[in-house]
Design a protein around this ligand. Sequence first.
Ligand SMILES: Cc1cc2nc3c(=O)[nH]c(=O)nc-3n(C[C@H](O)[C@H](O)[C@H](O)COP(=O)(O)OP(=O)(O)OC[C@H]3O[C@@H](n4cnc5c(N)ncnc54)[C@H](O)[C@@H]3O)c2cc1C
Length: 491
Amino acid sequence: MDADAIVIGAGPAGLMLANELGLAGVRTVVVERLPEPVGHSKALNLQPRTAEVLELRGRLDPLLGRALGRLPAGHFAGLPVPLDYTPWDTRHPYQVGIPQDRVEAYLEEHLGGYGIPLLRGHEVTSVEDDGEGVTVAATGGVTLRGRYAVGCDGGRSTVRRLIGVPFPGRDGRISAVVVDITLKGRDEWVPSQWRLPQLTPRQGWVAMMLPLADGVFRFLFSGPEQQTLDRDAPVTEAEVSRALRATSGDGTELGELRWTSRFNDAARQAERYRTGRVLLAGDAAHVHSPAGGQGMNLGMQDAFNLGWKLAGEIQGWAPAGLLDSYHTERHPVAARVLAHTRAQAILMSHDEDAGPLRGVFTDLMRLPDANRYLAGMVGGLDVRYDIPGEHPLLGARMPDLDLTVGDGGTRVSSLLHGGRGLLLEFGDEPRHAGTASNWPARVDHRTARATRDIGASAVLIRPDGHVCWAGAPGEAPTDALNRWFGRPCRE
Ligand SMILES: Cc1cc2nc3c(=O)[nH]c(=O)nc-3n(C[C@H](O)[C@H](O)[C@H](O)COP(=O)(O)OP(=O)(O)OC[C@H]3O[C@@H](n4cnc5c(N)ncnc54)[C@H](O)[C@@H]3O)c2cc1C
């Protein structure tokens, strides 16, 4: 075997996965078609849950240092009432404004530390799973043999096609353009004032303007003309100028055109995320409209769910069904994102009844419960996996509590930096230390005092920060340890 895991595609999903595998000590190689990074960004944001998962590995602060700013809210279909993340129990009730290429560059920089090669300039053309391993062939004479391969190769995934996974859904109905531009005589929206995009509906047009850095603006628009143009038709200055005139209404004029792309609201999802020894993650597993700013976030969170499970399978300790739970847990999450981005696309559409619908939704979003519901969905904060039991935290994100361990202060997130499970007991008496010691290198044990009672005397937290057991005094975590971390090393 050349590697235990072959990751195909060095976008945000592939790079996040490679980092997780590297942290777990899995021999990994990444293969990427492009000889160098694209140098432009589709996504511009980290949603709160992505900020949380990065924090679980100690990677958030360095990324904040590369960010454009923080946006204390989210948006739903560009409606004027912001999504308020603060009612959710999170330390990060905001979006980080950061271009996708900076996130990718940061994640790529860490591969070397894990000894993970990134083979650039090689397009994967063949993936063959013979039951014992996977052979991946790529242009430039590259052939690799691995135990597992993961297609993180984007919406038009070659891996998905090669392994014959159906991608049901529908094609795009609304075509739109995204450009990065400067504006003549307008540079007052500058860094640190990263603002919430707002939809401007105007006689058959919808548009959003978002300030980036150094007087550059992200302008998204969709009007009658865009519906007639082919996806591969070049975006011209004349087309952008016409859109600016039609949507700004204040004589705003185009300066320079820095980057252009066309996109649509196609909505499709892979029927299965695992086929034998080949898995799919990120856009390779799901595509949807960029409404709300979620695609990159969803892919990074897929990778975070998959990394430790695949590591467990490769290292031979994964219990039956653990790797399959990647599909069971993540498929419904993306299905829901597809559903609500489709709903957003209707709200953002040119249909004459979309106006009244926007009005109704705007009113609804002023109701705290409705706003919280949508904020949880868009921010990825409401994800709760199906883990049976009564405790409200089961399957949900573990709150990042302040803790006192011995004489020192820490937080739950800091105890998960190593990417292992965590059996955390509240109080002073370590009742389960002996039990946990039977899963060394897979599960850490800590006894801590917490600033807040969460209704359990101990919790078992998976490496991805989700709670898989919450016990009262007298209850033992043994079954849950077996269920999630396999057979004990010492019995
Ligand atoms: C206009 C627009 C705006 C967006 N805005 C946002 C936003 O604000 N927030 C957000 O969260 N998301 C946003 N998205 C979505 C986001 O950009 C994607 O969801 C994200 O890029 C998906 O990451 P990925 O790693 O799955 O795939 P990709 O980023 O597509 O990466 C796939 C990688 O695989 C490589 N590859 C492809 N085929 C092969 C092959 N055969 N062999 C080897 N390598 C291969 C590609 O070169 C690429 O590097 C936006 C999308 C668009 C179109």
